[in-house]
Write a protein that binds this ligand. Structure first.
Ligand code: GDP
Ligand code: MG
Length: 168
């Protein structure tokens, strides 16, 4: 039987929770001091969308985002993208547009969602809800608010992207 495999890249500034999101979704765990994916480029999870098997390969950047040194191999063949910023990191919010351009430059237009992570820290938020909505509208992406820590909406992100890819 035919199985769809999707390469998904997860981008955004360091510290926003990208590696944690991948761990959470693929392994069902959350650890506070998670550092790097050791020895692997991606983790995967298989889901079913409208009766179709979809294998999601979630690519981690292993920290290179700090040095603007993400290699072309990271982006190569990516079919969907998660643009991530953190509720408590203003710089990460402001970097979202440039991350979108970087991905577009390497991959063209691919299904993309904007993720505002760490909504469990909403009382310390440095991004107001309206400006997050405005950014999403300006970039033509759906905004999904998540807490990887509390496991809120993480699955929604990947189901949404997989559905979008199946439509194409
Ligand atoms: P990356 O650099 O984008 O890969 O970010 P990490 O996954 O390494 O996460 C950076 C820090 O944020 C770690 O200490 C995580 O435990 C923490 N973190 C990730 N997601 C959440 C979340 O939803 N809520 C909170 N409070 N902390 C989170
Ligand atoms: Mg990381």
């Amino acid at each position: 039987e035919l199985e769809l495999a999707l390469k998904v890249v997860i981008v955004g500034n360091g510290g926003v929770g990208k590696s944690s999101m991948i761990q959470r979704y693929c392994k069902g765990i959350f650890t506070k001091d998670y550092k790097k994916t050791i020895g692997v480029d991606f983790l995967e999870r298989q889901i079913e969308i409208d009766g179709e098997d979809v294998r999601l390969m979630l690519w981690d950047t292993a920290g290179q985002e700090e040095f603007d040194a993400i290699t072309k191999a990271y982006y190569r063949g990516a079919q969907a993208c998660v643009l991530t910023f953190s509720t408590v990191d203003r710089d990460s919010f402001e970097a979202t547009h440039s991350w979108k351009l970087k991905v577009e430059n390497e991959c063209g237009e691919i299904p993309t969602v904007i993720v505002q992570n760490k909504i469990d820290l909403l009382d310390q938020s440095v991004v107001n809800p309206e400006e997050a909505e405005l950014l999403a509208r300006a970039l033509g992406c759906r905004l999904i608010r998540t807490s990887v820590k509390e496991d809120i909406n993480v699955a929604t992100v990947f189901r949404h992207l997989a559905s979008r890819c199946l439509e194409e």
